[in-house]
Design a protein around this ligand. Structure first.
Ligand SMILES: Nc1ncnc2c1ncn2[C@@H]1O[C@H](COP(=O)(O)OP(=O)(O)OP(=O)(O)O)[C@@H](O)[C@H]1O
Ligand SMILES: [Mg+2]
Length: 587
């Protein structure tokens, strides 16, 4: 333990002297309340500490103490269904102790120290073990089997392991004979929050992260282990999209980081998730979710560290062989925290006042995504999806620009679509994905033609986009019937496929099978309809068909389990369109 004295206080940035042996990123406890801080700079005997709690009243001369350990996350069973602040303090536990305000310097363990977990060993004494291997299992929640891992970097011969039974995270569970002496392990352990956890190798992602959102899965899909950004101006639907993904995506574990957003939005998540049931397994969604809440009214430095806390927890579950999705809402608020702190440190500002290292920090964050072979030889992955809130919806600002360099999927939210209440307001002209070819093989198992079907429908939308420019000049009626038909088909695709209401009991989640069948239905309409208009049938006659009005309702009327109804509809659509042809030819 080293001690020192506060020399100066500038908001959350505190300078102290006298802290010998202290290192970068060590924890320092500041002032009479022992507020948690982290060493972020060391210069000529002065230690610069970023304080993660409200430090009102702190003054020069106050004591600073440090045990010279890095700021860390406690990793072990009990993380699932928990809600933490940016430095992993359990918010439910805190509210039980001090109500709705976080008391200064309150220290509660991140995990329940008393709870007894049923542990089953999977290895026996005498086994030669290496860091990352699985020692045993615990059922952490009905949805998650927690694999107890030997921490990375530890290796040796197992000399003893607890028998199957119930243990707390503070009990000694195993001993190992290592090159440097005896190592004793428990069910939980600390990991430095800023250090990525190691793995064996990074692989190319190939399985799509199914989100149940058609515009994403069909048009701009993301692979498990991929990275995506959701940039969008004020109120365009970033949070709703993140929530929809957190609810319905097929990852095993969700880490939801509410970073600098409004408190009431986070409250919505906290009240809604425990009551939401996952249709696929009938279990509450909270049983696979870890939440980090650092809302706009909480200390700024804790917001900066919250994304590292979140992603370290994600890596812990990845190392157990799980597929983890990390949602960060919003990375712009995180970047603003970085800006505020760097300006207090007196760093030279770069673009729009952000520090010159903004791009590096963003890159480091997204770099922690990926499909990997874990140290135990299993596959595990982390998908990172970050919302970006550019001021004024201007995508040329630094956070959006830098983020777009590091992510391979860009779901651009469009203000015009949002204003027209076309949700999700993901633009089909400004968004992109680089995962199409990586995940094509997976979709081929459902339909060998998937990519060409998807591209054909995408081309209708792009044709429509070009024609809309003409329409602005000359109006729709001046266009030939063939082009008017393209506009009509695109309109149908927009209304009946791209639009998806998160509040609709059926449409909130659309299975891959249903997406594919709907896609094929539009192609039946487009292919047969184009032939008809070319042959002289008027668009009016096509629009007047009884089946047309049904098309828009399919998405919200046909449940995911009953997609045969879409096939049946497709047949009727084809028959009715063919009947127009027969009229024409007089057959
Ligand atoms: N998929 C959707 N289905 C239905 N309504 C939606 C959808 N997406 C957005 N909305 C509507 O848009 C509103 C604003 O969405 P949201 O709060 O997600 O925007 P935001 O981009 O996160 O805003 P902010 O910039 O304030 O964080 C929602 O309250 C909801 O009414
Ligand atoms: Mg929001």
């Amino acid at each position: 333990m080293v001690t020192g004295k506060v020399i100066s206080v500038n908001g959350p940035i505190v300078k102290a002297s006298g802290l010998a042996r202290i290192k970068m990123f060590d924890i320092a406890e500041v002032g009479p309340h022992r507020l948690i801080g982290e060493v972020i700079r060391l210069a000529g005997g002065v230690t610069v500490i970023q304080v993660y709690e409200d430090n009102t009243g702190l003054k020069p001369g106050d004591e600073v103490v440090s045990s010279c350990r890095p700021l860390s996350v406690l990793l072990g069973p009990g993380l699932i269904a928990n809600i933490y602040d940016g430095i992993q303090r359990p918010l439910v536990g805190i509210s039980e102790v001090c109500g709705s305000y976080i008391e200064k310097g309150i220290k509660l363990p991140a995990l329940d120290m008393e709870k007894r977990w049923a542990f089953s060993p999977l290895v026996t004494a005498g086994a030669a073990l290496r860091g990352g291997c699985v020692l045993g299992e615990i059922r952490e929640s009905p949805l998650v089997v927690h694999r107890v891992l030997l921490p990375p970097g530890v290796s040796g011969t197992l000399t003893g392991i607890a028998a199957a039974g119930e243990y707390t995270i503070d009990e000694e569970i195993y001993t190992l004979d290592t090159a440097t002496g005896t190592y004793t392990g428990k069910l939980a352990g600390y990991w430095p929050v800023r250090s990525p956890r190691p793995f064996r190798l990074k692989k190319k992602p190939f399985i799509p992260l199914m989100t149940g959102q058609r515009v994403i899965d069909t048009f701009f899909p993301i692979a498990r282990g991929g990275t995506a950004a959701i940039p969008g101006g004020f109120g365009t639907g970033k949070t709703m999209t993140q929530h929809a993904l957190a609810k319905w995506c097929n990852a095993d574990i969700i880490v939801y980081i509410g970073c600098g957003e409004r408190g009431n939005e986070m409250t919505d998540v906290l009240t809604e998730f425990p009551n939401l049931i996952d249709e696929r397994n009938g279990r509450p969604l909270i049983e696979r979710t870890v939440m980090i809440a650092n809302t706009s009214n909480m200390p700024v430095p804790a917001r900066e560290v919250s994304i590292y806390t979140g992603v370290t927890i994600a890596e812990f579950y990845r190392d157990m062989g799980y597929s983890v999705a990390v949602m960060a809402d919003s990375t712009s608020r995180w970047a603003e925290a970085l800006r505020e702190l760097s300006s207090r440190l007196g760093d030279m500002p770069a673009e729009e006042g952000f520090p010159p290292y903004l791009a590096t920090r963003l890159a480091e964050f997204y770099e922690r995504a990926g499909l990997v072979e874990t140290l135990s030889g299993h596959d595990g992955d982390i998908t990172i999806i970050g919302a970006v809130s550019p001021p004024g919806g201007d995508f040329s600002e630094p956070v959006t620009q830098h983020t777009s360099r590091f992510v391979r999927c860009f779901w651009a939210l469009d203000k015009i679509l949002a204003d027209a209440r076309h949700y999700p307001s993901i633009s089909w002209t400004d968004s992109y994905t680089e995962y199409l070819h990586d995940i094509e093989a997976w979709w081929r198992t459902l339909d060998s033609q998937w990519l060409s079907l998807r591209n054909e429908v995408m081309n209708i939308l792009l044709d429509d986009h070009r024609l809309q420019q003409l329409v602005k000049l000359v109006g729709t009626d001046a266009l030939p019937q063939t082009q008017q038909f393209v506009l009509f088909a695109a309109e149908m695709i927009k209304n009946a496929f791209l639009q998806q209401n998160s509040f609709d009991p059926i449409d909130k989640y659309c299975s891959p099978e249903k997406q594919l069948k709907l896609l094929k239905t539009f192609l039946t309409l487009y292919r047969k309809g184009s032939q008809l208009v070319h042959a002289g049938v008027s668009l009016k006659e096509i629009k007047a068909l009884d089946v047309m009005s049904e098309l828009v309702r399919l998405k919200s009327e046909v449940p995911n389990q009953d997609t045969a109804r879409i096939d049946e509809y497709g047949k009727r659509l084809a028959t009715e369109l063919d009947s127009l042809k027969e009229l024409l030819t007089g057959v």
